[in-house]
Design a binder for this molecule. Structure first.
Ligand code: UD1
Length: 415
C-alpha cells in the first residue's frame, strides 16, 4: 500500500493550478444518465473516485471516451438499473445515481450505503424527496429499490440542507411532470454547477445557490459540452499548507467567492491574502494567531476544510475551539496529530487546540480523504520526517497532490 514520506519544515512557494472539483464532477457524471445524447465534460480531475464513477456508468451501459482534457459520456442505452454492489461500496457518491437513474428508467436498485469514517451518513432525506416525487421505495436485505411509473413535481422541504439530497432531488425532478420546489435546499457552489449543467441539457431550473430551488419539468434532455468548476477544497488545502509552512503561494483558476469562508478565517489569523478575479495569493504571517472555527453549510466554514485547518491551528499561537456541526465523527485526524506533538483535546463535537511552535514528524495513518490532507499539511510543517500510510484515501480526492506540492518546493515522495 502506497505511502508518502515528507521531509518537513520547508516553506511552500510558487503558483499552483487548481483542478476541477470532485464534488461537482461526481453529481454531474451521475446526471449524464438523464440524456440519451453524448455529453462532453472538461476540467474533470484525475481521481480514483472519478475512475470508479466511470466503471459504474460503464456497467450500466454507458460508453466513456476519455481524452487528454476531458471525457465524453454517452448514455444512449441503459441496460441495467442496479448499481453493482462491489462498485457502490467503493464510492459513496454512487448514491448520486439514484435520482438520475430513477428519472430516466423508472427504477434503481442500490445497496444501502453504510456509515463511513466520518459518521453515519444517512440518506433518509434523499429518499423522502424521491418519494415526494412519486417513487415507491422498498428496502430489503440491505438493498434499496426505488420505482416510479411517472415522477410528478412536488414541494419538498429538507429538514437539513443536505448537498447530496438536494442533488438527487434536483436530478429526479428535471424530468418530472410539472413544478418541483425544493425548500431549505443546499446552497453549495457544487449545487449551482450541477444546475448550470442540467440547464445546458435543457432543464428549467431557477434559484440554485439560494435555499429555494424551482424546477419546471421537461420531457427530455439533450447533450452538451460543459466545463466543471474548480475545486474550492483543493484551493483551500493549498492555501492552508502555505500558511502552515510560512510560505507564499498563489492558487490559480479558482472562483474566490467559493473560498471566502476560508480566506476570511486566514485573514483573522493574520495571514495576508491578495484576491484577484480568478486567483488568491497567501503570504503567511510570521506568527499566526489561533481563531475559533465552526463548520456549517455554505456559506459557512466547510466541513471539508476542518481537518486541514486543524493542522494549521496546531502550529498557530494561542488556544482555540473547532466545532464540527455537520458530521459527528470527523476528528479522526486528531489522534494522529497528537502523535506528532499537537496539543488537542476532543470533547464531543468540539476540539480545543493549544497551538505549539512545532510539530514533529513520525509515522501516521490517513483515515479518510480530508484527514489525509491534514496529515500532509502537518508533515510539511513538522520538523523531521513524516511517513503517512493509506495514501489511497488522499488519491480519492486530490489530483496529483504530491506532484503539485513538489513544484511548490515540498519534499514529499511516494513510496
Ligand atoms: C457532500 C460532499 C462532502 C461534504 C458534504 C458537506 C460529495 C460527494 N460529498 O456530502 O464532501 O463533506 O457534502 O458539505 O459532494 N444527512 C441526513 N440525511 C440525509 C442526508 C444527509 O441526516 O439524507 C445529514 C448527514 O448525516 C450530515 C449532514 O446531513 O450530518 C450533511 O450531509 P450532506 O450535506 O448530505 O453531505 P453529503 O452530500 O453526504
Amino acid at each position: 500500500m502506497k505511502k508518502f514520506i515528507i521531509h518537513g519544515h520547508k516553506p511552500l512557494c510558487g503558483t499552483v493550478w487548481i483542478a476541477g472539483a470532485k464534488n461537482a464532477a461526481l453529481p454531474i457524471l451521475a446526471a449524464t444518465l438523464l440524456t440519451n445524447q453524448p455529453v462532453t465534460l472538461r476540467n474533470i480531475p484525475h481521481l480514483t473516485d472519478i475512475s470508479v464513477m466511470y466503471e459504474i456508468l460503464t456497467e450500466l451501459g454507458c460508453t466513456i471516451h476519455q481524452t487528454t482534457d476531458g471525457v465524453t459520456v454517452s448514455a444512449k442505452t441503459i441496460n441495467r438499473q442496479t448499481i453493482p454492489d462491489f462498485l457502490a461500496g467503493r464510492l459513496r457518491g454512487s448514491i448520486l445515481m439514484m435520482g438520475p437513474l430513477l428519472a430516466r428508467t423508472g427504477h434503481v436498485r442500490i445497496s444501502m450505503p453504510g456509515g463511513c469514517a466520518i459518521g453515519a451518513r444517512p440518506i433518509d432525506l434523499h429518499i423522502k424527496g424521491l418519494i415526494a416525487l412519486g417513487a415507491q421505495c422498498k428496502n430489503s436485505h440491505g438493498f434499496l429499490d426505488l420505482t416510479a411509473k411517472k415522477l410528478v413535481g412536488s414541494k419538498i422541504y429538507l429538514d437539513f440542507p443536505s448537498v447530496g439530497a438536494t442533488e438527487n432531488i434536483l436530478c429526479a425532478s428535471v424530468l418530472a411532470q410539472g413544478v418541483t420546489v425544493i425548500q431549505n435546499a443546499a446552497t453549495e457552489p457544487e449545487i449551482i454547477d450541477l444546475a448550470n449543467f442540467l440547464n445546458c441539457l435543457g432543464a428549467k431550473i431557477a434559484g440554485a445557490g439560494t435555499d429555494t430551488i424551482m424546477i419546471n419539468g421537461v420531457s427530455c434532455l439533450r447533450g452538451t459540452n460543459y466545463t466543471i468548476m474548480s475545486d474550492r477544497i483543493e484551493a483551500g488545502t493549498m492555501l492552508t499548507a502555505a500558511a502552515a509552512t510560512h510560505g507564499e503561494v498563489t492558487v490559480l483558476g479558482i472562483v474566490p467567492a467559493h473560498i471566502n469562508p476560508l480566506t476570511a478565517k486566514l485573514r483573522e489569523m493574520n495571514h495576508t491574502l491578495q484576491i484577484e478575479e480568478d486567483s488568491a495569493t497567501i503570504s503567511a504571517a510570521k506568527m499566526a494567531r489561533a481563531v475559533d472555527i465552526k463548520t456549517l453549510p455554505f456559506p459557512g466554514f466547510p466541513t471539508d476544510m476542518q481537518a486541514q485547518v486543524t493542522s494549521l491551528l496546531a502550529v498557530s499561537e494561542g488556544t482555540c475551539i473547532i466545532t464540527e456541526t455537520i458530521f459527528e465523527n470527523r476528528f479522526m485526524h486528531i489522534g494522529e496529530l497528537v502523535r506528532m506533538g499537537a496539543n488537542i483535546k476532543v470533547t464531543g463535537r468540539s476540539a480545543v487546540i493549544e497551538g505549539k511552535k512545532h510539530l514533529v514528524g513520525t509515522r501516521v495513518r490517513a483515515t479518510d480523504l480530508r484527514a489525509g490532507a491534514a496529515l500532509v499539511i502537518a508533515g510539511l510543517a513538522a520538523i523531521g520526517d513524516t511517513e503517512i500510510s493509506d495514501v489511497y484515501h488522499i488519491e480519492r480526492g486530490y489530483d496529483r497532490l504530491d506532484e503539485k506540492l513538489r513544484k511548490l518546493g515540498a519534499e514529499i515522495y511516494p513510496c
